[in-house]
Design a protein around this ligand. Sequence first.
Ligand SMILES: [Cu+2]
Length: 178
Amino acid sequence: MKANIAKPLIAAMVLLLGGTTMARVGLGKDDSGQPGAAVDVTRTIEVKMGDVFFVPKSISVESGETIRFVLRNEGSLLHEFNIGKAAAHAAHQKEMAAMFQNGTLTPSGHGQAMADMEHGSGGMKMVGMEHNDPNSILIEPGATKELIWTFTKSTGLEFACNVPGHYQSGMMGQFEVK
Ligand SMILES: [Cu+2]
């Protein structure tokens, strides 16, 4: 009797312990890749952000590679590093425009609502929008942040800043996935 209960329990534990890779496989909506784990990182790539551009303008990666992107915002404006295809960026630009309109985001950083939420002041919960997609990160002026991504074979993958007007001003680049 004991064994009958223990078996599924052990199976569940094995799944939990060894299942991180499996769990991540299901995340990708398309072939853009998926959030990566620090233990899988094989290479670090630094990307600099200015007003309004990325350096470098294109990045070569290999399918299956997990990259740690170190993202330095050397400009005076808020910028985003977002991994996706053109259509996804276009959709996210609409979301971000709304966040700028309602004050969740400001040209130089997070609005007060976001700051309250992040610092957990008074346990206040923001009911509105938040910017927390795993394929995207916001970098305030002068800040450096990291994003880890595992690439799969894909075409047309871009990194982009979807702060209103930035993508259109050329703040985007191509991933060349080999
Ligand atoms: Cu930008």
